[in-house]
Design a protein around this ligand. Structure first.
Ligand code: GLN
Length: 489
């Protein structure tokens, strides 16, 4: 009998096709687990039992009709609450959108619905995806299933906790500076941020548009590949969506690693990384050498500037994107106000949390006349240099590896009083967004009984290659199969 709670997408697809289980039964299994464990974890902001069961019934009809169906048909998933889903409350972790019901589907949601996937619910997240610990959510922090006194990472912390605790087989996430990879690392998952433009941003609530990308969060690289197959695709409604031939992201799964050149950026192995993280990453690299890869040192000389450049560019774009929340068309509106300006000011003052306000202030400042050249333009130039560093590095290697995050999951409150400490959680991930490259994190060991993530970065459109490299490691190791004991089936 298949262990459905721990099964991968391929196994679940096969079980559904062979009628070992129906989509309604599978969906019920996960809904019941959510009911049991979500009060502890707070991973979901909304759960839709009726909507999910209706979708599961529709999937069962498709599966029963005998034609060819998507390999994802009938499989449940959870969406980060940043993706608009028609008829679902879509909050983005904010009081501003606490009662907003989306009138349409994001492209990603549309594609996965069309494939027959079943939405279980919407996952908690840092407010407007700003954060690395899930502590900025209006709906309260998410707990890390490996240790509920610790953060799950952020901003896709609800998605990460849900998949790690087996409340959903897979989930969607978004990554602007590390929000898929860092929570994946802290919760022991595999998560992938695609090349900018591979996944449409239509219906994905905007934070920093030139950096935001949606992507899969799963237990294995293979599941990431299968879910990405369902999420990627050209969408004319997103002007930065790329029109490219359809790719099968499973293409390189099982490909041997002989001759693979792994670049190790000197700058990612310096001070700042915890000893236990370093030890786990070094052990993983030794495993890769055993599997036939070679490692070469490379350099990303400007990567030290990535956090400061990001904290100019991302707030600048956020300040512009978030100006649409004015209390007029949708979102929170203050109850009492003197005039129109007072209504804007009060609605925004009440609707946004402290971190979002901090970003809007920084962004407005760096874009203002007189500072634009000194900050915003300078940050854009640094961004170009960082992208050039990666291009240079990829001349001598096929993929780049290093730690995903400098430490394992940290206790609640440990970094929330010091924004700069919090921002440094993404010190290894942010450069990848600035360069628009694909990056992923896979579990590679433990430190203090908490999971450690190995980051893999590929050249533009290197998703299939990276997934192959990750899958080969997962065939040889079992870190990705470890589950937090407290949430066992
Ligand atoms: N932690 C980073 C931030 O707060 C990145 C967040 C993200 O990728 N959405 O901006």
């Amino acid at each position: 009998m298949t262990d459905f709670v721990n099964a991968g997408l391929r196994e679940l697809g096969a079980a559904l096709a062979q009628k070992q289980i129906s989509s309604v039964e599978l969906t019920t299994l996960f809904l019941d687990r959510i009911e049991k464990f979500n009060p502890t974890l707070n991973a979901f902001v909304s759960v839709g039992r009726d909507q999910a069961l209706a979708a599961a019934q529709a999937a069962d009809r498709k599966l029963g009709a005998g034609g060819t169906v998507s390999p994802l048909c009938g499989i449940p998933l959870a969406h980060k609450d940043i993706f608009c889903a028609e008829g679902w409350r879509t909050t983005c972790g904010s009081k501003m959108l606490a009662d907003f019901v989306a009138p349409y589907d994001a492209h990603v949601v549309e594609l996965l619905n069309a494939a027959g996937m079943v939405t279980l619910g919407k996952c908690n997240m840092d407010e407007f995806a700003m954060g690395s610990s899930n502590e900025t959510s209006f709906f309260g922090p998410v707990k890390n299933p490996w240790d509920t006194a610790c953060v799950p990472g952020g901003s896709s912390g609800g998605s990460a906790a849900a998949v790690a605790a087996r409340l959903a087989p897979v989930a969607t996430g978004t990554d602007t500076g590390g929000s898929i990879r860092q929570p994946a690392a802290l919760c022991g998952l595999s998560g992938l941020k695609p090349t900018y433009g591979v996944v449409s941003r239509y219906g994905m609530i905007a934070f920093a548009s030139s950096l935001d990308q949606g992507g899969p969060m799963a237990r294995s690289a293979e599941d990431c590949a299968l879910l990405l197959n369902g999420m990627a695709g050209f969408d004319p409604r997103d002007s930065t969506s790329l029109e490219r031939p359809t790719e099968d992201y499973c293409r390189d799964l099982g490909k041997p690693l002989d001759g693979l050149r792994i670049g190790l950026p000197r700058e990612f192995f310096g001070a700042g990384m915890d000893a236990g993280v370093r030890a786990a990453v070094e052990t993983a690299l030794a495993e890769y050498r055993k599997l036939g890869a070679t490692t070469v040192e490379v350099s990303l000389p400007n990567s030290g500037l990535s956090v400061p450049a990001y904290y100019v560019i991302a707030p600048a774009e956020a300040s512009s994107n978030l100006s649409r929340f004015d209390g007029v068309r949708y979102g929170h509106r203050a109850a009492d106000y003197a005039d129109l300006n007072d209504m804007y000011a009060k609605s925004r003052a009440e609707g946004f949390g402290a971190e979002v306000k901090r970003r809007i202030l920084i962004g407005t400042y760096v874009l203002s006349h007189g500072y634009y050249d000194a900050y915003y333009l300078k940050a854009q130039k640094i961004r170009r240099l960082i992208a050039a560093d990666f291009q240079e590095a990829f001349k001598s290697c096929d993929v780049i590896m290093g730690p995903t995050a400098p430490s394992v999951a940290f206790p609640f409150g440990a970094k929330s009083a010091d924004p700069v400490q919090m921002y440094l959680s993404d010190i290894y991930t942010i450069a990848v967004n600035l360069a628009g490259l694909p990056g992923m994190s896979i579990p590679c060991g433990f430190d203090k009984d908490l999971p450690v993530g190995l980051q893999i970065v590929g050249p533009w459109f290197g998703e299939a290659k990276m997934l192959g490299v990750a899958h080969r490691f997962q065939q040889a190791t079992d870190w990705h199969r470890r589950a937090p004991a407290a949430f066992a089936a």
